[in-house]
Design a binder for this molecule. Structure first.
Ligand SMILES: Cc1cc2nc3c(=O)[nH]c(=O)nc-3n(C[C@H](O)[C@H](O)[C@H](O)COP(=O)(O)OP(=O)(O)OC[C@H]3O[C@@H](n4cnc5c(N)ncnc54)[C@H](O)[C@@H]3O)c2cc1C
Length: 303
């Protein structure tokens, strides 16, 4: 027999499970909400609450908490290799909000937990779904907590347990698709000296950056020494150096290139950082690099 107190088992207390459990509780539908973790995750995943979500929250009477906690962004500006490709103006979407909210998923979860608790619900933590077996009167779910297993019989099981869903696997539901190997990171940081708009999301879809660095005590690059040695005359040697200098490539790479200067710049090494969009340097390297840059800029101005 299914337990009349828990007709629904919700597995996973992320945003989906929390909202579902809160809405079931609001409608007086018995619900057992479990999560494998012993506490909510305290780091950023989703950082944007979209306008449609705000409209849903408004219909549920919980939009104000989100509007107070989030940062309103009215547009997204998209760049590629330093060039502005376009702007998405959320004022044109037809939503009455005309903006999205920047906020950590951790905050989203805490607001949805408040909504759940306000309707008498709770999250049963450190509880893992380890098995499901359908029967005539419902589904037997095997739950594990502190190494101990117990069975509960429920009428419905809802899997809100992320992409490696135990519910989906137990139900034999396929999840076609493939992992994306590329690694990426989310950083929550304060940026000093930001001089652009504060209510716009900036997306930089840059091609991979190139960081040019050296190993020795001086930064030097250019034609190979062997090539100079085989030149028939000084004119040919100069041509080789000019044509083979990586400074030309540095210019072509544009904003993608950072040169890490770790020591004095000598020889052709002077030209490469001067042609780069960005230069980083250790303190000891700066004075010699400045002199080199000054020499290059004087040369560019014909002096
Ligand atoms: C880096 C990153 C950035 C993102 N940015 C955005 C964004 O800007 N905007 C946006 O809308 N979305 C974004 N997303 C997606 C968003 O985070 C997810 O869509 C959202 O977390 C899904 O919520 P969920 O409740 O379905 O699952 P989750 O939040 O993944 O929660 C699943 C829960 O199930 C529990 N669980 C798993 N297995 C079991 C089990 N066997 N038994 C019991 N409990 C179990 C887990 O402990 C977990 O708490 C981002 C995701 C990532 C990773």
């Amino acid at each position: 027999m299914s337990d009349p107190g828990t007709p629904v088992l919700v597995v996973g207390a992320g945003p989906t499970g929390l909202l579902l459990a809160a809405e079931l509780a609001r409608r007086d539908v018995g619900c057992l909400l479990i999560d494998a973790l012993d506490a909510p995750r305290g780091w950023d995943r989703a950082t944007v609450v979209h306008e449609r979500s705000l409209q849903i929250f408004e219909a549920l009477g919980i939009a104000d908490g989100f509007l107070d906690a989030g940062v309103r962004t009215r547009a997204s500006r998209i760049f590629s290799d330093g060039e502005l490709l376009g702007e998405v103006d959320l004022g044109l979407t037809g939503s009455r909000y005309g903006f999205q909210l920047g906020m950590s998923e951790e905050v989203t979860e805490s607001l949805l937990t408040e909504h759940l608790v306000a309707h008498g619900g709770a999250v049963n933590r450190s509880t893992v779904l380890v098995g499901l077996a359908p029967g005539e009167d419902g589904v037997t779910a095997t739950l594990e907590r502190d190494g101990e297993r117990r069975d509960v019989v429920v009428g419905w099981v809802v899997g809100c347990d992320w992409m490696h869903s135990a519910v989906r696997e137990a139900a034999g539901i396929a999840f076609p698709g493939a992992d994306i190997d590329a690694r990426w990171g989310v950083f929550d940081a304060t940026v000093d000296g930001w001089s652009d708009d504060h209510d716009v999301v900036f997306a930089h879809l840059d091609r991979p950056p190139v960081i040019l660095t050296g190993q020795g005590t001086a930064f030097s690059a250019g034609g190979d020494l062997g090539e100079f040695g085989t030149a028939a005359d000084p004119g040919a040697a100069h041509l080789i150096r000019t044509l083979r200098s990586p400074a030309r490539l540095a210019r072509q790479l544009g904003v993608r290139l950072t040169v890490a200067v770790h020591g004095a710049c000598v020889g052709a090494g002077i030209e490469v950082p001067a042609g780069a969009a960005r230069v980083t340097a250790r303190p000891g390297a700066v004075s010699s690099f400045n002199r080199a840059c000054r020499a290059c800029s004087l040369r560019r101005r014909g002096r």
